[in-house]
Every structure is written in C-alpha cells, then in structure tokens.
Design a protein around this ligand. Structure first.
Ligand code: ZN
Length: 96
C-alpha cells in the first residue's frame, strides 16, 4: 500500500500539474516543480508538491487522478492532521 514518493516522475503528477496550472489545490498559490527552483532545501520540503487524496484512502479513496489533487507539502500536512491513517506515508523523506 505504500506510495512511491516521486510525484514529478509519475503520469498522475503530470496530468494534475497541467490541470491545476501548477497551483496548490488547497491554498491556490503556485508550487515549485523542481527542487532546483527553491533556494533552500527546507523551503522545498515545505513547498514541494505532494499528492492529496480527495477521499482519504482510509475511507476507500482510490489512488487515481480522479481522487488526487496536488498540494504543497505544508498544506497537505495541515489538512492531513485529521487523517491519522495516512500520516506515515505523508512524512516519508523525499528521495534525492
Ligand atoms: Zn498550498
């Protein structure tokens, strides 16, 4: 059930990125697409795009673009605090 945390390389990411014009689904601000767009690693870790399940997987939400949106890691975390079942995958380290 673990989700590989490489949004920038997946088809779902590309589809959603285009559909959302690179904007966060929760706050509406632009998201950086690559680590290199950010001056600081810590900033990237907060602002990097992440997948958010519109219907949480704990409530039978599916891993499909129809149930996914892109959000800042920070916005996702804030929203996700009520979805404890997903917490482990959300806090996984982003591979370099
Ligand atoms: Zn946001």
């Amino acid at each position: 059930m673990s989700q590989p945390f490489k949004p920038a390389e997946s088809e779902a990411f590309k589809t959603l990125w285009v559909a959302q014009n690179g904007l966060c689904a929760l706050c509406g601000e632009p998201m950086p697409k690559h680590r290199f767009e950010m001056a600081h690693r810590t900033l990237w870790q907060k602002k990097r795009p992440t997948f958010d399940h519109i219907i949480p997987r704990s409530k039978q939400g599916v891993d499909d673009v129809s149930n996914l949106q892109l959000t800042h890691a920070d916005c996702n975390k804030r929203k996700g605090s009520s979805v404890l079942g997903d917490k482990r995958s959300r806090t996984r380290k982003f591979p370099k």
